[in-house]
Ligand binder design. Structure first.
Ligand code: B12
Ligand code: SF4
Ligand code: SF4
Length: 337
């Protein structure tokens, strides 16, 4: 049995803001099955492909006993990125590598303490329900906005998860008390009605999905009309949340905005392949390809009816990417209704 006190110190020393421990018990299937059956996963087929693993971490690490949940606050208000159309979590260095590096350092040190220990770690991409583990570990709860909300940092947090095949001496007591109460601000503010109750998000309507995961086709017009200075991810349901009113500045330079977060939509729509290669690798924006990022920025220019974008939009009507060409034609029509 591992003692949690030194593990907590270790988590802090590698850079995590919060850490908690949950027993590796199976997750009831209702949440994810109902979500998948309702079609809320849109075309993220990978969400339905490894459901058995998502529900039972023993399938990821045979003999799993404990799930450690790590939290990093990432909120910053640097002057340079105040008007950025990129969601906050994606403005700095790619969080996957930041949290992964921290978890690797943690894992290495724990294995030194307990040789032979089996582990399985993931940040975002593994078949794990990370918010459920963070809730079970007692670090907060899932709000009506579908986000994991902590007491000290609100929902401006990212999660990493590590499974161990050993027990620890102190487990979290489950989700923190729900602090949403009668508030419905996120539900009222979501521009596309993607919040469908009880913390469920219909990804088909969520602008985060449409800007990042919908990479093959045009975004349905009803949604692209909501690309209001928003081209990668969406923070609206977090910005309006009263539990996010007292954010804490994330000091670590890895969370500092990169050069791309200083650009506006016009500059992003006009990115050259060379600029893309200079600015995007190493950030979470790399998930959207060159053409997808420009498609999104072009929509935002159309929505803003920005007169100074006419020259660029006309040029993009002849772009080699069909995705960008069609978006530019649409945006030009918005300029000349
Ligand atoms: C698919 C996905 C998306 C989809 C769907 C969003 C969603 N809420 O499901 C899309 C593309 C829309 C998306 C958007 C975003 N995402 Co996302 N996403 C994921 C991913 C890969 C899986 C989530 C999932 O399993 N969804 C399926 C539903 C059914 O499960 P669920 O989200 O856990 O919700 C249910 C359970 O939590 C259950 N529940 C609630 N409390 C409890 C307690 C217990 C004990 C139990 C058993 C169950 C339970 O009720 C919920 C509703 O059914 C996770 C990473 C991961 N591997 O977990 C990141 C993750 C959730 N995303 C993250 C982020 C940062 C975002 C964005 C904020 C990015 C942005 N700025 O645009 C937005 C937020 C949108 C929103 N309002 O939720 C962070 C979470 C940050 C946070 N504070 O919550 C994660 C954890 C990635 C990470 N490692 O940090 N995302
Ligand atoms: S991220 Fe944006 S679109 Fe998605 S649920 Fe929140 S407010 Fe709605
Ligand atoms: S806006 Fe209100 S209802 Fe939505 S998550 Fe925040 S406190 Fe809960």
């Amino acid at each position: 049995m591992l003692p949690t006190a030194p593990l907590r110190d270790l988590a802090r020393s590698v850079g995590f803001d919060l850490v908690g421990f949950a027993r590796a018990e199976p997750i009831p299937p209702t949440f994810i099955m109902e979500w998948l059956e309702a079609g809320f996963a849109a075309d993220m087929d990978w969400m339905g492909e490894r459901v058995a693993e998502r529900l039972d971490v023993d399938r990821l690490l045979p003999g799993a006993r404990t799930v450690i949940s790590f939290v990093n606050n990432y909120w910053r208000d640097d002057e340079v990125s105040v008007g950025s159309p990129i969601a906050r979590y994606a403005r700095g260095r790619d969080y996957h590598s930041t949290l992964r590096d921290r978890m690797k350092a943690f894992r290495k040190a724990v294995i030194r303490m307990s040789p032979g220990l089996g582990t399985y770690g993931s940040v975002d991409s593994g078949p794990l329900m990370e918010k459920v583990w963070a809730a079970r570990a007692g670090l907060g709860y899932v709000g009506k906005n579908g986000c994991f909300i902590t007491e000290p940092y609100g929902s401006w947090v990212l999660l990493a998860t590590l499974i161990l095949d050993a027990e620890v001496d102190d487990y979290g007591t489950g989700p923190a008390a729900d602090r949403c109460g009668a508030c419905r601000r996120c539900l009222m503010s979501c521009p596309t009605g993607a919040l469908v109750g009880n913390g469920r998000v219909d990804a088909r309507a969520c602008l985060s999905y449409q800007t990042i995961e919908n990479r093959e086709q045009q975004v349905p017009e009803a949604f692209r009309l909501k690309f209001d200075n928003l081209i990668f991810g969406c923070d609206i349901c977090q910005q309006v949340c009263p539990l996010n009113r007292r954010p804490v500045f994330a000091e670590h330079p890895r969370f500092a905005p990169r050069a791309v977060a200083e650009l506006g939509t016009l500059e992003l729509a006009g990115l050259t392949p060379t600029q893309y290669e200079e600015l995007i690798p190493g950030t979470a924006l790399a998930r959207a390809r060159y053409d997808v990022l420009r498609r999104n920025a072009v929509y935002a220019l159309g929505v803003a009816r920005q007169a100074d974008s006419r020259y660029l939009l006309e040029k993009l009507c002849g772009d080699s990417s069909e995705l960008v060409r069609t978006a530019a034609q649409w945006a030009l029509c918005k300029l000349d209704p």
